[in-house]
Design a protein around this ligand. Structure first.
Ligand code: FE2
Length: 208
């Protein structure tokens, strides 16, 4: 999990290497150190932060709540679910789904180092507030913070392979990157009052 910064203010905290090892064993094959930031969306939500964390663990709602966006390409094969509990409240969950786009097709191509099917999909959780999702073409780290008992802020941070720099980008391509279907669905949720997407780095969207 290179290139991410983890902070723990507990002077008696366990070594980071020990903490991250189970998570890295499950998802390290995505090679996040070979990826770069694509976009970051900030969601200001009118709900308790635990609701967000729990919602991001729930795969059952994808085909219904997101049925008109990326959920339309969700396989929903429960026989293929592979769920594993990790130490200290974490988990990994592998299933089959298309890339998280409205048409179910990757706009940037499969990660070149992945030797897994294009239907690769997974969710993960590292307590207390880091959710993770992966597809064959991109990964997302979701950081959720409590603001008050009834307010939270959640930020999906999408990363793409560095090789995407060579993909011809256009205004349309950048618009696609900066309007992930996840944030669109969040906008229409009654417990979401604000959603903003920060610009993708210039090196990924030179046409902007
Ligand atoms: Fe959802």
């Amino acid at each position: 999990m290179a290139r991410l910064i983890f902070v723990n203010f507990d002077p008696a905290a366990r070594p980071f290497a020990e903490t991250i090892a189970p998570f890295d064993a499950e998802f390290g094959f995505f090679l996040p150190e070979n990826c770069t930031l694509a976009d970051k969306t900030v969601l200001d939500l009118n709900c308790n932060w635990k609701f967000v964390v729990e919602n991001l663990m729930d795969v059952y709602h994808i085909g219904t709540v997101h049925g008109r966006s990326f959920g339309a390409h969700y396989k929903g094969d429960r026989e293929g679910y592979k769920f594993k509990l990790l130490p200290r409240g974490g988990y990994s969950f592998f299933f089959e789904a298309a890339p998280v786009t409205t048409d179910g097709k990757s706009h940037f191509g499969k990660m070149p180092w992945l030797d897994r099917p294009d239907t690769l999909a997974c969710l993960g959780f590292l307590a207390p507030n880091l959710n993770f999702s992966g597809r064959c073409d991109a990964i997302r780290h979701w950081l959720t913070w409590p603001i008050s008992p009834e307010e939270a802020s959640s930020s999906p941070i999408r990363s793409l392979p560095r090789t995407c720099r060579s993909v011809p980008t256009s205004r349309t391509g950048c618009a696609t990157m900066s309007t992930p279907s996840t944030s669109r669905s969040m906008r229409i949720a009654p417990w979401s009052n604000r959603c903003r997407t920060e610009s993708a780095p210039a090196n990924l969207c030179p046409a902007r």
